[in-house]
Structures are given as structure tokens and as C-alpha cells.
Write a protein that binds this ligand. Sequence first.
Ligand SMILES: *Cc1c(COP(=O)(O)O)cnc(C)c1O
Length: 422
Amino acid sequence: MNTDSPFRYRNASLFVEDVDLAAIARDHGTPAYVYSRAGIEAAFASFVRASRDRDVLVCYALKANSNLAIVELLARAGAGFDIVSAGELQRVVVAGGEPSKVVFSGVGKSEAEMQLALDAGVRCFNVESESELLRLDRVAGQRKRRAPVSLRVNPDVDAGTHPYISTGLRENKFGIAHDDALSVYRRAAALPNLEVVGIDCHIGSQITSIEPYLAAADKVLELVDALHAEGIALRHIDFGGGLGIRYRDEDPPSAQALLDALFGRLDRHPRGRSYQVLFEFGRSIVGNAGVLLTRVEYIKRNGERRFAIVDAAMNDLMRPALSDAYHGVLPLRQRDDMKAQHFDVVGPVCESGDWLARDRSLAIDEGDLLAIASAGAYGMAMASNYNTRPRAVELLVDGSRAHVIRERESVESLFALERRLP
Ligand SMILES: *Cc1c(COP(=O)(O)O)cnc(C)c1O
């Protein structure tokens, strides 16, 4: 655990800020997602600080964790937002965020989503194909508006991350190929209901080195020059998100190191200082600020393997099942009355893929409470009701207080929209 983490042991009990996590489990039950307000605010502030005196807008990528309280917290801190659906736009609006600070990403925007975003007045549509460009022009014309657009270019760089979360390579569905970008920009500039305002890229997620960002920046700046030469002037450059966090022993660059390196590239560029710079960070703002609390139901041995069967499962936290992801496992009480043994930590769902952690050395017994670490991003946001499991309660801790920011679902609510036979 990082020394600056809001999750720390005090006398062998795991606390978040000034709250004993075991008290939360007692009062609210398990599984439970618990986030630290200070942790989220500190991560966001590190990007603001790293922006120095530049014209930078840090957009929070809602899909990492879209709880209204978290969106509101970041809106109050001055964040912009990166959204990928009309639903996320509605969350931003309800939470008090400003649509004028919203960039709308995603490969499959529907007409209805475009209408909603145009009417709300989003800052920019990050367009991912020529067909989308034509549709947006048509929808904007119908609404008698000009749609601000940026093209998401695919710089064809390898972010060095898991295939499921790598998006900047030529052969995936995201963005417009670098070689086609100029002609699509020309097309955009000629369409009557569009206003070209920027360029963007997003090369992947959980990126732990600066090099792929710089490679992408060089490709993007090349295009910016070519566009300038044709009289297509941009106002902003959006370098996307994707900065990694420490789950285990990764050593991602700090916000400052990453932004300074990118600013260095911009400074070498003749007009580099004239562009507003946007980012779309999700995981690096909320990932390390949340844990998933769970209780050990059973300890079980099958052959050589020892299992801790817990009350959280792949429907609560899908990352291990989906991409073999590692999450730390922290007992809420450190025991000295038993010695550690190796466990696979697994859930009750009827799938062999239902595991949360493998081969961990833990001193635990039935009934003990565990925190699954670094679960603030792509945890609850990807949770499902598989096996008719109500989704977990979510709490935000602020100093010595814990606020419920989403109630635990009831079973009745899971089938409330279903209908019996006529
Ligand atoms: C998912 C996504 C992000 C955020 O990625 P993180 O790895 O959480 O920082 C930013 N931009 C786009 C377009 C995305 O799809």
C-alpha cells in the first residue's frame, strides 16, 4: 500500500481516513464499496497541480465510477468530464457538472444521444468515424446548431497494456486511422453544421510508462501541423486518459512527470503553447481511493488448493475474471493467533472464472472481513446482477464520517421490471 494512501492500519485494524472499516461492515453489511473523499480529491488535485500555469482542462472519465456523489465531488473541484453515453451526460447534469466542460467520446453515438448532447451544449464531440461525422452534421442541422468536433485519431502506438484495454493500435475499433485523419478533417471542415475545434487520442488504460504517450503526442502534433498548413485551426489537443495506478508493484509515472513530459513536447512545437490541453483520466483519479469489503463465508480445501469463499463475487468486481487483474487483499484485522496460508479468494457465483485473488498468503478464518484493494475504478461501474445478486452498497468516507452514496439493492428491485405470464 502507498504510504500516502487513505487506507492504513492503526493498531492492526484497517482504517480509511478516520473510520474503522470493520465498523462500516458491521453497520452496512458486506459486500460494500467504500471510497475515500480525500483520496479522490488528492488524486484530482495532483493533475491540477501538474498543469502548472497552462491552460488545461482535466476531464474525469465517468465510466470508471459514475456514482453521483463522486461526480459531484469532482464537479465541485472544477473537473470537466469525459462521457461515453447520454446516460453519463445526465449524471453530470444531475450532479451539478457543467455541460460546457464535457467531451463526448465513444464509437457508437446514437442520434438521440447527439440531440441530447447538442441541446445540453457539450464542449466537444470526439468523433470516431466518417459516418459519425456525417450523422452529427445532419443532426446538428436539424437542431439548427453547430456541433463542436474533434476527431479521435488512432496513433497506432502500443500502450504496452492488456489487449482488452489497449485502444491505440491500428487493428482495433477505436478512432480514425492516422493515415485517414487528414481527409476526414477536410470533410469535417467542409460540413456546414460542424465546427472543428480539436484533436484527441486515447491509447489505452493502465499505462505505466510515459513513452507511449510521447509517441502518440508526436503523431498527433504531426497532424496538427498538417492541418494548420491547410488552414484548419484547432483550439485544443486532448491526450486522452489511461494513466495506470499501482495494483501490485507497478510504478506508473506521477501526474507531474507525465504532464511535464507532454508539455515538453508542446514547447518544442512552434505553436504548442497556443492550444488548450485536455485530459480524460478515470482510473488514476478514483482507482486507489476505493476498496470492496467482503466477508469470508467458508474456508475449504480441494486437493492441493485452499479456498476462501467470500460474499463478494465476479458480479461485484469483474476485473479479475475479465482481464486476469490483480487486486491486493487486506484483512481488516491483522491476526497474530494463526499463521498465514495460501488461499484463492473466490466468490459464490457458479463460474470457475469467479475469483477475486489467487494464491495469496493470508492469516484468515471463517467470518473474517477482507478489503479488496484498489477497487475504486471499474469496480461498481461494471457490476451486474448475475445470479440475482443485488449490487453492493456504496459509501463515501469523509474524515470520521461515512455517507451511503448508493443503497444496497433489494432483490425485489431486480425483478421489478419483469412481468409474469399474462
Ligand atoms: C475509458 C476511457 C478513458 C479513461 O480511461 P482510464 O484508463 O480510466 O484513465 C478516457 N477516454 C476514453 C475515450 C475512454 O474510453
